[in-house]
Design a protein around this ligand. Structure first.
Ligand code: RIB
Ligand code: CA
Length: 314
């Protein structure tokens, strides 16, 4: 589409990933060139099923490319202990079981092929899961000059969620995250510290239930399932993770970024996967990224609701 900036999404396709993809699809200025799939919220075969189910339920015509089944070094750890075996917690309905066809079985090669068609610095990547595919792209070294922004949901300037120190996407594959942050690319980290400023609340579920149709009711059930991660009675707000990264990419005015030196802890017995963020740059270190330090919560929530309404409107 003329005028729309092509971009790439890499995802482990949980519910917040679905919401983030909906936000990019709703952007008048962006076009999704392809979507790489990575194991994270669930094993890769389940992530692929979630991709086909999303396309079937929301009518999304996306090119899904299978990527890494496991992190670079350690065994895969999924979020099944919180999200269940599908990687998407629900209060009722789940994504439909749908057949589909992968655009390819090699997400890294597909990203390289896409980048090869682009001018320098013009290919933005939104990473919503463990960074295994992105690290393999960086390590291969082909067409990296075509990459514009890498906007990733991951890490935190303070505490973690998967462990006290580490956020899930980074904790699953710390070696991959270390490669990405060390690559000298224009990397923007949207971490838990900023996500906590932009919540989902029970009224959002009530609002989505007001729409008719199976897509809306399934979205409402998955939204309620997501909210229930924080409190079974839905009384406590649940931070929005991937949608805030999507907002940083499609509406950067809504997310405040600060330059920082981000190092990934690889050895710590208690801190492996922690993103150690030094914000006192350049006095104490040279910046290698920009990290989210604030967000316009009302603005992001408005963007999210508009995107979810579009996704379920058929
Ligand atoms: O820690 C939150 C992140 O881990 C989100 O991207 C969620 O989808 C999971 O991948
Ligand atoms: Ca995710």
């Amino acid at each position: 589409m003329m005028g729309r900036r092509g971009m790439w999404i890499d995802t482990d396709l949980g519910f917040d990933d679905i919401a983030a993809i909906a936000m990019v699809l709703a952007s008048p200025d962006h076009q999704i060139a392809g979507v790489g799939l990575v194991a994270g919220n669930a094993p890769l075969d389940q992530v692929i099923r979630n991709a086909f189910g999303s396309s079937a339920l929301f009518g999304w015509a996306l090119d899904w490319h299978a990527g890494a089944t496991a992190p670079l070094r350690e065994k895969l750890v999924t979020a099944d202990y919180v999200l269940g075996e599908t990687g998407i917690r629900t209060a009722g309905r789940s994504l439909p079981v749908a057949t589909g066809k992968l655009a390819s079985g090699d997400a890294v090669a597909a990203m390289q092929e896409w980048l090869s068609t682009l001018p320098e610095g013009s290919g933005d990547i939104l990473a919503l899961g463990p960074l295994t595919n992105i690290a393999q792209l960086v390590s291969a070294g082909r067409f990296l000059d075509r990459i514009g922004r890498i906007v990733l949901m991951g890490g935190s300037t303070d505490r973690g969620n998967h462990t006290a120190a580490a956020e899930f996407n980074i904790a699953v594959d710390p070696e991959a995250a270390d490669i990405v942050f060390s690559a000298g690319l224009r990397t923007e980290m949207v971490g838990l510290n900023a996500c906590r400023e932009v919540p989902v609340i029970a009224d959002d579920v009530h609002w989505m239930r007001g729409f008719s149709g199976i897509a809306a009711q399934t979205m409402a059930d998955m939204l309620e399932g997501y909210l229930s991660i924080r409190s079974a009675d839905l009384s406590r707000p649940m931070p929005l993770f991937d949608p805030l990264a999507a907002a940083a990419l499609v509406a950067p005015e809504l997310v405040t970024l600060a330059p920082a030196r981000v190092d990934v802890e690889l050895e710590g017995r208690l801190t492996r996967g922690m993103t150690v963020c030094e914000l006192r740059v350049p006095q104490r270190a040279d910046a290698n990224a920009r990290v989210a330090v604030g967000a316009d919560s009302d603005g992001v929530r408005r963007l999210l609701r508009a995107a979810l309404q579009l996704a379920v409107s058929g």
